[in-house]
Design a protein around this ligand. Structure first.
Ligand SMILES: [Cu+2]
Length: 125
């Protein structure tokens, strides 16, 4: 499975592997190809909060709120560096390509006291 089932109903899209195959010449059978997983910053929350992606996938966060958010590794007070977005205003996007397996925890520096904005995870497998 390429994406965790957690958020399939709330806006995760897998872009890049969903093209119609009608005109293809069998080019899609060479194993999993890197995809793009879209996440949202919406309602002062990461939507979905936890996702599972494949090594090589790019995760894109888009801020649909009017307030600013960040995508920042680890927990408040323990600032990591893997995910380290600028402040994302309305409509801004941040993307990161995960080239190593593991579980990556992140939060929003603007809202460290909002439960929905801390402890979010990207699991790469
Ligand atoms: Cu925030």
């Amino acid at each position: 499975m390429r994406i965790g089932a957690v958020g399939l109903a709330v806006g995760v899209g897998l872009v890049g592997c969903t093209a119609p195959s009608g005109g293809g010449d069998g080019s899609g059978d060479g194993g999993p190809m890197p995809g793009t997983v879209e996440l949202a910053l919406r309602g002062t929350a990461f939507v979905p909060r936890d996702v599972v992606v494949s090594v090589g996938d790019t995760v894109v966060w888009t801020n649909f709120d009017q307030v600013s958010h960040t995508v920042t590794s680890d927990e408040p007070g323990d600032l990591g560096t893997l995910l380290d977005s600028d402040t994302l205003g309305a409509g801004d996007r941040y993307e990161f390509t995960f080239n190593q397996a593991g579980e990556f925890v992140y939060f929003c520096e603007s809202h460290p006291q909002v439960p929905a904005m801390v402890g979010a995870t990207v699991t790469v497998e």
